[in-house]
Design a binder for this molecule. Structure first.
Ligand code: ZN
Length: 293
């Protein structure tokens, strides 16, 4: 499942093709993705202009001149292909390669920018919805989404408050989209390693009894912001490579410190530990039992 840095790099890749451009033609090759596409989807988009392309958590949000917002989610396997003139690219930094099989091209936007934007999704867990802008904040998919980790409002005090009375592990708390938006298995493991905190530690230990942040909450917030910013930067750099025509892979995976590195030496300077894999909540967690406490 793509996490925040992947979605943000997709947004940056789509921006030049979509922002300020009109939907000249919209093609639907099937009636549904994870959910049915809106019945009047084509009619509500054709002839309208994208006034801005934003992101909230793992959702791409295209503001449409009609007052609607086009909500898009990549699901497990979704990707966008942008074709213009002779170049074809798939913006985004994915750990797993994306499909290029035309059979999975479900939605095609022909934009007045000259770009054709194709949504491809073999497993169809992706999503496209149209929501009036005024109703977006109360939409069931948006209502309970937690703070943006790269936003100014997300700090140690906020994280400590959210975790103070949790009975779960730090790994589970950070994976909870209500606590913080957009993190998944990869970046939770990476952030905890940077903060030298064990994924098994109780989430409540970030806060004092009264819910005030302890220094480890500060460390963790800094680690989350650093790892996401670095991953976005690495994904962004791969966008400049227009020569590759199928699944552009970001460079950040080469910088993983623990994720998918079971049995490798811990990269923390001076640490002689070995990266271990355990299963938490049905998902693999990678960590160093020596320097993560
Ligand atoms: Zn270590």
């Amino acid at each position: 499942m793509p996490e925040l840095p992947e979605v943000e790099t997709v947004r940056r890749g789509l921006q030049p093709a979509m922002e300020g451009a009109r939907f000249d033609k919209v093609e639907l090759n099937r009636p549904d993705l994870r959910r049915p596409l809106p019945k009047d989807f084509v009619k509500r988009l054709e002839g309208r202009t994208v006034t801005g392309l934003g992101r909230r958590a793992k959702y791409l949000l295209a503001d449409i001149s009609s007052g609607d917002v086009l909500m898009m989610h990549l699901g497990m396997s979704g990707s966008f292909r942008v074709s213009k003139d002779d170049s074809v690219k798939t913006p985004g930094a994915y750990y797993h390669e994306r499909s290029a099989a035309r059979a999975h091209d479900h939605v095609v936007f022909h934009m007045s920018s000259g770009a054709t934007i194709t949504f491809n999704d073999p497993r169809r867990f992706g999503l496209m919805l149209l929501v009036p802008r005024a109703e977006l904040a109360d939409h069931p998919l948006m209502r309970e989404v937690g703070p943006e980790p790269l936003g100014n409002a997300f700090d140690a005090a906020m994280l400590a408050r959210a975790c103070a009375h949790k009975k779960t592990s730090l790994k589970a708390a950070l994976s909870d989209q209500k606590v913080v938006a957009g993190l998944g298995n990869i970046y939770v493991c990476e952030a905890l390693h940077r903060a030298r905190l064990s994924p098994k530690r109780s989430a409540a230990t970030l806060a004092t009894r009264t819910g005030k942040p302890l220094p480890r909450a500060e460390q963790l917030v800094a680690a989350i912001k650093d790892v996401l910013n670095e991953a976005i930067k690495a994904g962004g750099s791969s966008l400049r490579d227009h020569r590759r025509t199928d699944g552009e892979l970001g460079d950040f995976q080469h910088n993983f410190r623990v994720y998918d590195r079971e049995g490798k030496p811990c990269p923390t300077p001076g640490c002689r530990g070995t990266v271990r894999r355990i299963v938490q909540g049905g998902r693999s967690t990678f960590f160093c039992p020596v320097c993560q406490r």
